[in-house]
Design a protein around this ligand. Structure first.
Ligand code: ZN
Ligand code: ZN
Length: 135
């Protein structure tokens, strides 16, 4: 069995597939997710830092949930994330509607195009490369 450090509390836990945190932290995060969701429903115009502060979560975590499409901001919300392709306004997910559509088109039509700048990369965080450079 594989043991890893929990991303949340740093304690060792029995690593299960794809799990970054110990069961206690996972449950804790799920609680927070629910309260953020609830908070957003009651305060759709609350800025990101207020949501984070009131619910004791990091702004980064909230953005993460949006990227995972678990949280969606409404049109009336002041909060926007940037489209990873064009930098435009995104309410949920990683790409704006426009880019999402063109990405889908790109996939279905031209498989390889020299100017395919919107092709999503498998590894977008570039962590492996950075670790390599650090060494
Ligand atoms: Zn933990
Ligand atoms: Zn876009």
């Amino acid at each position: 069995m594989e043991v890893r450090n929990c991303r949340g509390c740093g304690r060792l836990f029995n690593y299960l597939q794809g799990q970054q945190m110990c069961p206690a932290c996972m449950a804790d995060l799920e609680d927070k997710f629910q309260s953020v969701k609830e908070f957003l429903r009651e305060n759709p115009k609350a800025p990101l830092n207020v949501i984070a502060e009131k619910n004791d979560v990091s702004v980064k975590q909230i953005k993460q949930w949006v990227r995972e499409e678990r949280l969606t901001f409404t049109e009336e919300s002041q909060i926007t994330l940037e489209c990873e392709a064009c930098g435009g306004k995104v309410l949920t997910g990683r790409f704006c509607d426009k880019c999402r559509t063109s990405l889908q088109n790109e996939f279905s039509s031209a498989y390889k195009r020299p100017t395919a700048t919107l092709t999503p990369k498998k590894n977008t965080n570039g962590k492996d490369k950075m670790r390599f450079l650090d060494n």
